[in-house]
Design a protein around this ligand. Structure first.
Ligand SMILES: [Zn+2]
Length: 134
């Protein structure tokens, strides 16, 4: 992937993971990735509209997944290019809560409320760097 494309996707995201909203400057120990929203193995493209910026925790948990199960029914994961984050999620203190099935399944599949991730948010909250303003 070209450096210019990476830079574009990173800037468009405001340097935040487009799933968990973690800022790249708030987690030096994590690398951030330009991620295929629809994985290549599902014929996802390298078009900027098919890419998002994601922290390594979200990216690794997501892998090639494009959906997940709630109560035995399949729901798509959030597509940051097509869906508004605020419509699907809200913060309950440092826990991310899905407002919709898309939000709920994204929190579940991407393991967004893993204890270590909540602990990081607790530390950021203490330092006045959480929750994100936008
Ligand atoms: Zn993330």
């Amino acid at each position: 992937m070209r450096a210019a494309l990476r830079a574009f996707v990173r800037e468009r995201a405001g340097f935040r993971c487009e799933y968990c909203r973690l800022h790249e400057g708030d987690a030096d120990f994590l690398t951030f990735h330009v991620e295929h929203i629809i994985a290549k193995q599902h014929k996802g493209s390298d078009d900027p509209d098919a890419l998002c910026f994601a922290c390594s925790e979200c990216n690794w948990a997501k892998g090639p997944n494009i959906s997940g199960l709630i109560g035995g029914k399949l729901y798509p994961l959030l597509n940051p290019r097509k869906q508004n984050w605020h419509r699907h999620f809200f913060w309950d203190h440092t826990t991310l809560v899905g407002k919709t099935k898309i939000g709920m399944v994204t929190v579940q599949v991407l393991n967004i409320n893993r204890p270590s991730r909540i602990m990081l948010r607790e530390n950021l909250l203490f330092e006045g760097r959480f929750p994100p303003e936008d």
